[in-house]
Design a protein around this ligand. Structure first.
Ligand code: CP
Length: 310
C-alpha cells in the first residue's frame, strides 16, 4: 500500500489485514502502563489540516507517537498557507523537510489525490483524513473495526447509514468498505440530503427511517453538515429531528443486538438523543479509541510493513 486515499483502494484481503493489525495492536497495548512501540522510530509523520478536527487529528498524532514516530502538526492558520502558499508548494516543502507521511484534511474533494500525485516522485505516503464531501477512509476502517468487535464477521450484516448523505465523506467511504467486507448497506435520508448520483452507489435508499430499524444490525447516524449548506437547511432542524433523529423510542425498534454508531462530532438532541448516545448500545467512544489503533495499523502498513518489525 503506497497511500490511503479511498476505501475503493482496499480489497477485502487488504482491508481485513489492516483491521487484524489494528486488533493485534490494541491487544498488545491493552493494560500497558507505557503505550509505546519502537516501530516507527526515525520516521516523520506530518498532519496537515485545512479543516477543523478533534478526533482524526488527535488520534493520528497519538497513533504516530505510540509508534515512536516524530509527529508534526501543521494547520492552515499557523503556517505559510495563511500567506497564500498553495497546497502543492506546502506539500513539496514538507516532503523536502523530511516528511515520510503526510496526513491531509482539506475542504476540496480530490485534494488528497492531487497531493499523492505531486508527492509521487519522492516516496512520501499520503493519507486522506477527509477531503470535502468525497472520502474519509480511516473513519470507515475504525467503524468496521468497532462493528467487528460488537458483531463479529460483517458478512451478511445490514447497516443503515442515516442522515446527511449528501455532504458525508463518512457515508461514501463506509458504503465502499462495508460492501467490500460483505455487509449490506441501506442509506436513509430525506431526498434533499441525498447526492444526485446516488443510484451509482448501487445500494438501496429509503426516505423513511422507522421501517428500516427492525432490519438493521447497526445504525450509523451522520452529522448534519450545516457548514456545507450555504443555501440553508431543509428540512428544518426540528423536522429533521422528528423524522430521522435517533431517540429512545427508535432505539427500542432496533433488534437488541444492534449497535449505534456516530462518527462525531454529534449534534445531540437533533441527530441523536443524549440518552441514546450515552447508552451501552452506542459504540461512540469505542469508535474513537479504535481510531487510534486503526491509524497505527495504517501508518504501520504504509511506513514499516516488510521491514521485519514485530
Ligand atoms: N469523525 C471525524 O472525522 O471527527 P473530527 O472532525 O473531529 O476529526
Amino acid at each position: 500500500m503506497r497511500h490511503l486515499l479511498s476505501t475503493l483502494d482496499l480489497d477485502a484481503d487488504t482491508a481485513t489485514e489492516l483491521l487484524d493489525t489494528a486488533a493485534k495492536l490494541k491487544a498488545t497495548l491493552l493494560g500497558r502502563e507505557v503505550r509505546k512501540l519502537p516501530t516507527l522510530r526515525g520516521r516523520t509523520v506530518v498532519t496537515m489540516f485545512y479543516e477543523n478536527s478533534t478526533r482524526t487529528r488527535v488520534s493520528f498524532e497519538v497513533a504516530g507517537k505510540w509508534m515512536s514516530a516524530d509527529v508534526i502538526n501543521v494547520s492552515a492558520g499557523g503556517s505559510s498557507v495563511g500567506k497564500g502558499e498553495s497546497l502543492r508548494d506546502t506539500a513539496l516543502t514538507l516532503a523536502a523537510a523530511g516528511a515520510d507521511c503526510v496526513i491531509v484534511r482539506h475542504p476540496a474533494s480530490g485534494a488528497a489525490q492531487r497531493l499523492a500525485h505531486w508527492l509521487s516522485d519522492n516516496g512520501t505516503a499520503v493519507v486522506n483524513a477527509g477531503d470535502g464531501t468525497h472520502e474519509h477512509p480511516t473513519q470507515a476502517l475504525l467503524d468496521a473495526a468497532t462493528l467487528r468487535e460488537r458483531l463479529g464477521d460483517l458478512s451478511g450484516r445490514r447497516v443503515g447509514i442515516v442522515g446527511d448523505v449528501l455532504h458525508s465523506r463518512v457515508a461514501r467511504s463506509n458504503v465502499h468498505l462495508l460492501r467490500t467486507l460483505g455487509a449490506e448497506v441501506v442509506l436513509v435520508a430525506p431526498p434533499t440530503l441525498l447526492p444526485a448520483g446516488v443510484d451509482e452507489w448501487k445500494v438501496p435508499v429509503s426516505y423513511e427511517l422507522d421501517p428500516e430499524l427492525p432490519t438493521l444490525d447497526a445504525v450509523m447516524m451522520l452529522r448534519v453538515q450545516a457548514e456545507r449548506m450555504h443555501g440553508g437547511f431543509f428540512p428544518s432542524a426540528r423536522e429533521y429531528s422528528i423524522a430521522y433523529g435517533l431517540n429512545e423510542a427508535r432505539l427500542r425498534m432496533l433488534p437488541e443486538h444492534a449497535v449505534v454508531l456516530h462518527p462525531g462530532p454529534m449534534l445531540r438532541g437533533m441527530e441523536i438523543a443524549s440518552a441514546v448516545a450515552d447508552s451501552p448500545r452506542a459504540a461512540i467512544t469505542q469508535q474513537v479509541s479504535n481510531g487510534v489503533h486503526v491509524r497505527m495499523a495504517v501508518l504501520y502498513h504504509l511506513l514499516a510493513a516488510g521491514e521485519g518489525h514485530e
